[in-house]
Design a protein around this ligand. Structure first.
Ligand code: ATP
Length: 284
């Protein structure tokens, strides 16, 4: 796993392992994930009540990298009341009539909530760049727009966490072939995935640039070793929990203050009601 939180950082995906570290086993990872899941649920509850922060999770990765699987596992730890998952596919005609951030901004989380993005505004500097869907002069400007956009969200209290699910070319091949064989995953079969694979190196370059140009303290990128699904889930859960834990004290003091104010208001109401009742009795 590698975290990038500084603009301009050197990103070399080929130098980052897609495998779990030595000594990590599926058993250990799943046990730790279960513990983290409980903590995540509690943190979400505190954030939901305090309403001073929100979370935007961006999941990016090549076809079959496991975006859906990661969402299934992470969302499984959360209270559905406070989480919305949005998938970004090929823009609709209406979306094309707006700037590229329009469709994304509408799904940015409200205070207290989680927004999880399956693909995102980053497609506009990835697929768009690789397939020349917009002139270079257009997509080049987008890194700056993305930085400004994420800064705006962060100023509004959004905790932004961006994940690149890192798999090897070989692992992708195995996963795509498996889809052809297994009836459970046959619905995911898509010839485009094989066509996209031919652009592997161009995507690598596009991802490295996107990560490097938009990494920031308030919007870090984590390159998640994703060849093993159980380790991928653990890394994402651990990273979200770590980011939220830092705010826990703030949320707890906000909740305490809310409780105090609520109790004071209630006491004032009760005193007023009792006084009104007394006055009524005297008047009889
Ligand atoms: P998954 O996203 O899990 O791979 P899928 O391929 O079924 O599943 P869809 O929602 O049908 O997902 O569409 C995803 C496709 O939309 C991808 O090929 C992606 O590159 C493309 N896409 C997303 N955003 C844009 C964009 N801004 N411009 C052009 N194509 C885009």
């Amino acid at each position: 796993m590698k975290v990038f939180d500084r603009q301009g950082a050197k990103v070399r995906l080929d130098d980052i392992s897609a495998e779990p570290p030595k000594g990590m086993t599926r058993e250990k990872a799943e046990a730790r994930f279960a513990t983290l899941g409980q903590e995540l649920f509690d943190l979400q509850d505190a954030m939901f009540g305090a309403k001073v922060n929100s979370v935007m999770v961006v999941l990016q990765g090549r076809d079959s990298a496991g975006k859906d699987g990661a969402i299934k596992h992470v969302v499984g730890c959360l209270n559905p009341r406070g989480v919305i998952v949005t998938s970004f596919g090929v823009p609709t005609p209406e979306e094309r009539e707006h700037d590229f951030l329009w469709r994304v901004h509408r799904h940015a989380p409200r205070l207290g909530e989680f927004s999880i993005f399956n693909r995102s505004h980053y497609e506009d500097v990835l697929v768009v760049r690789v397939h020349d869907l917009a002139p270079k002069a257009v997509w080049k400007e987008r890194y700056g727009h993305i930085r400004d956009f994420e800064e705006l969200l962060a100023e509004h209290g959004t905790i932004i966490l961006k994940y690149f699910l890192h798999i090897t070319k070989k692992e992708q091949e195995e996963r795509l072939l498996e889809r052809e064989e297994s009836p459970e995953t046959a619905w995911k079969l898509n010839p485009t995935d094989w066509k996209e694979r031919d652009h592997w190196d161009e995507y690598t370059q596009a991802y490295e640039d996107a990560i490097s140009k938009t990494a920031a303290k308030h919007a870090p990128w984590t390159v998640v070793p994703a060849n093993a699904k159980w380790y991928r889930n653990l890394v994402i859960a651990e990273s979200i929990v770590e980011a939220l834990r830092k705010r826990r004290k703030d949320w707890e003091s906000t909740l305490e203050k809310m409780g105090r104010e609520g109790r004071e208001e209630l006491a004032a109401y009760r005193a007023q009601a009792a006084a009104a009742k007394g006055a009524k009795r005297k008047g009889k």
